[in-house]
Design a protein around this ligand. Sequence first.
Ligand SMILES: [Ca+2]
Ligand SMILES: [Ca+2]
Length: 230
Amino acid sequence: MRKTVSPVDIIYNVYYNCNNMPVSRILALLAALVLPFGTAQALTWDEVLNGDLSDSGSAPTLLGTLASGDNMISGTMGSLGGTGPMDADVWNFTVAPGYDLTGINLLSYSATSGKTNNQSFMAIANGGSINMGDPSNHLSNSLWGYGTDGFGNTYTDLLALLDAGPEFGGIGFNGPLPPGNYTFWIQEGSDQIHYGIDFVTSPTTPVPEPGGVLLLGVAGLWLLGRRRQR
Ligand SMILES: [Ca+2]
Ligand SMILES: [Ca+2]
């Protein structure tokens, strides 16, 4: 049975054997130590692969905690031809402590009909659900789609649109959204819309990653050990 090597094993190996070890071996061990902390993948929900996002404000699709940086969500919503069944897409996510939601960026937006003047609806609420019948308790509501929003922003910066709102009632907010749990809802009534949206999180205060801290610590011990042997 293969033994699992933990970061503690690696630190032990580096510290107690580094004086007799080739530098390339030490660097390989240090790289192995850092890798597990630096390879977090951005969360992605692609409706083609992962299925339709929930239609329900009370039971949104749970996306979990957003990764640091980009979190791509792509899908299709609305009503084909404006007469077919209406597909709402609703999802829930968490912004981790130490991070802010600093961007909701529209990467792609196109209508099946080919129209270029659509204005879709979006809303964000605190917590694990969103009331689809009453927007007054939402953090914000806004329209989005092609063109500009009248505030000088293009519709690609959806967070700025929500920040500039709310439309149709709602609580409103200023600036990046702090750590917490949120539910997001997008809807179009007169067309079928294909969209790609990137939810971006950034550290509130940049801090070294745990792997980096351990690496610095090990490198310090190694230098100290070599100095004492002289
Ligand atoms: Ca959908
Ligand atoms: Ca849906």
